[in-house]
Design a protein around this ligand. Structure first.
Ligand code: PEP
Ligand code: MN
Length: 341
């Protein structure tokens, strides 16, 4: 037994009663209230639940059905929740009709540059500002980010523009800082299977943007989402950012088929990051358009006012003009798949 589907008439007391019963079995209940039905996800080692117990729960008045989910990820699966999850971030929504366009530099490099970028991307139609303050760099000698100072500048950029802030958390010890400044916590590709970090953000109230690991299968990626969901945080956004293949013409191979595959497997919103996917700015617009056509809920795009001066990922960052042009070109594509910018 993994899911308990309640009748529309189920009361608060019924839910409490079932939750208590599950606690008695050493299990936890994850209550998910939908528009039509409330569903209880049963978390823990459900293999210990005997058929008799399952039948007893099924027999309760408030219970419509009891189901097993065969997939290893349960809370993330489409069987758990049929309707797509919409995640509210300040006055914006990720997973709704309007696409989430998360734009900004790879790293926050200074106060004026991030404010300048935020104002520019907002004018072009972006609805989130991104920028790393803690950077997962391959080399320990590369720019590692401005830390809290960078977070402060991001918060100032938000004040100026109203754009919610997406920024990466690398270390559970920085959780408090991120809670204070970020609107969406990014978990980078290199940390997709950092399970301690996942559990930490699973206890946060902030939405989490979970990037796909460099060599992670979709199943492994969903299991990582499950770590976060299992701790109670229901606000997980998946971000496809390219995977390692034998191909060297691009930085990674952007797996756009992940978008329709995830649509079938999960209710969680999916955004695509063509910047890290291809690694070259001139290839980004084509893949951004393809991602929207494939049904992505949004895009994460690196934009820098002067890419040639960037302290990280300059070669894949769009110049303001290129970003503005792309935003215009995306509009009819979004419309053709029933979305808007
Ligand atoms: C980034 O978003 O700047 C980043 C480091 O991405 P990834 O973790 O996908 O490499
Ligand atoms: Mn980057």
């Amino acid at each position: 037994m993994d899911i308990i589907v309640l009748r529309p008439t189920a009361t608060k007391e019924d839910i409490q009663h079932i939750t208590k019963r599950l606690h008695g079995l050493g299990l936890k209940a994850q209550v998910s209230r939908g528009t039509e039905r409330t569903i209880i996800g049963v978390i823990g080692d459900t293999s210990k639940v005997t058929e008799e117990v399952e039948d007893a729960i099924r027999a309760m008045d408030a219970v419509e059905d009891v189901m097993r989910i065969l997939k290893p990820y349960k809370l993330a699966s489409r069987d758990f929740r049929k309707a797509p999850t919409r995640i509210k971030v300040r006055d914006k929504v990720i997973g709704g009709k309007r696409l989430a366009i998360i734009a900004g530099p790879c790293s926050v490099e200074g106060r004026t540059m991030i404010i300048e970028t935020a104002m520019m991307v907002q004018k072009a139609g972006a609805n989130f500002i991104r920028g790393g303050a803690f950077k997962p760099r391959t080399s320990p000698y590369s720019f590692q980010g401005l830390g809290e100072e960078g977070l402060r500048y991001l918060a100032e950029a938000r004040e100026r523009t109203g754009l919610p802030v997406v920024t990466e958390l690398m270390d559970p010890r920085d959780m408090e800082l991120l809670e204070r400044y970020a609107d969406v916590i990014q978990i980078g590709a290199r940390n997709m299977q950092n399970f301690r970090l996942l559990l930490e953000v699973g206890m946060s109230k902030k939405p989490v943007l979970l990037k796909r690991g460099l060599s992670a299968t979709i199943k492994e990626w969903l299991m990582s989402a499950e770590y976060i969901l299992s701790r109670g945080n229901q606000k997980v956004i998946l971000c496809e950012r390219g995977i390692r293949t034998f191909e060297t013409a691009t930085r990674n191979t952007l797996d756009l088929s992940a978008v329709p595959v995830l649509r079938e497997l999960t209710h969680l919103p999916v955004v695509v990051d063509p910047s890290h996917g291809v690694g070259k700015w001139d290839l980004v617009p084509a893949m951004a358009k393809a991602a929207v056509a494939a049904g992505a809920d949004g895009l994460l795009i690196e934009v820098h006012p002067r890419p040639e001066e960037a302290l990280s990922d300059g070669e894949q960052s769009l110049k303001p003009k290129v970003f503005q042009k792309l935003m215009k070109e995306l509009a009819p594509i979004a419309k053709s798949v029933g979305r808007e910018l």
